[in-house]
Write a protein that binds this ligand. Structure first.
Ligand code: ZN
Length: 177
């Protein structure tokens, strides 16, 4: 079953230049730019409700994405659907004789379970299937905890002053009651 469009990936040769349109012109929010070693690319994430636009810039000129950019120039690279069961989806496509790139799903370093369908079978669009796994949710949670830890750590310089201020507020509240 298809749940949603997870993301649309667009290959760019310059993320900052592309953000002039996608963020500044169109008005999408940029959450972050991340190095994604799996894809040998830097990726800018711009959420659009349930989905995301991903601006993908190759970081290795031998990667598939780099070759795509060289051959066809910047533009849409693939569309990714979140499904509840990638294997079941691949089985159904195979039964219909549709050419796959990944016969079985691959698991990325972030725990992402994905498989690509060959553009030959999709009328010219590279299609990615993605299934959210419990491992990925765990890894994502751990990463968020790590980030929160760092923020707390860096925030400690301010803590004494902020705590004093908060205690004063609470103290006043107590007296008012
Ligand atoms: Zn993708």
């Amino acid at each position: 079953m298809i749940k949603r469009i997870a993301h649309i990936a667009i290959v760019v040769d310059d993320i900052d230049a592309a953000l002039c349109f996608w963020r500044d012109g169109l008005g999408l929010d940029l959450t972050h730019v991340e190095d994604v070693p799996d894809q040998q690319a830097a990726v800018a994430f711009l959420p659009t409700g349930e989905s995301e636009v991903e601006l993908v810039k190759p970081t290795n000129e031998l990667s598939g994405i780099a070759r795509f950019l060289m051959k066809r120039g910047p533009g849409m690279h693939h569309i990714c659907f979140e499904v509840d069961d990638v294997e079941a989806c691949l089985d159904r496509l195979r039964a219909k004789g549709i050419r796959l790139i990944n016969e079985t799903p691959t698991i990325g370093t972030g725990g992402k379970k994905i498989a690509f369908i060959h553009p030959e079978g999709t009328h010219g669009v590279l299609v990615e299937l993605y299934e959210l796994t419990p491992e990925e949710q765990l890894l994502r949670h751990e990463r968020q905890l790590g980030l929160a830890d760092r923020v707390l750590h860096e925030g400690q310089v301010m803590t004494a002053a902020v705590m004093g201020f908060l205690q004063a507020l609470v103290g006043n509240g107590d007296r008012a009651n």
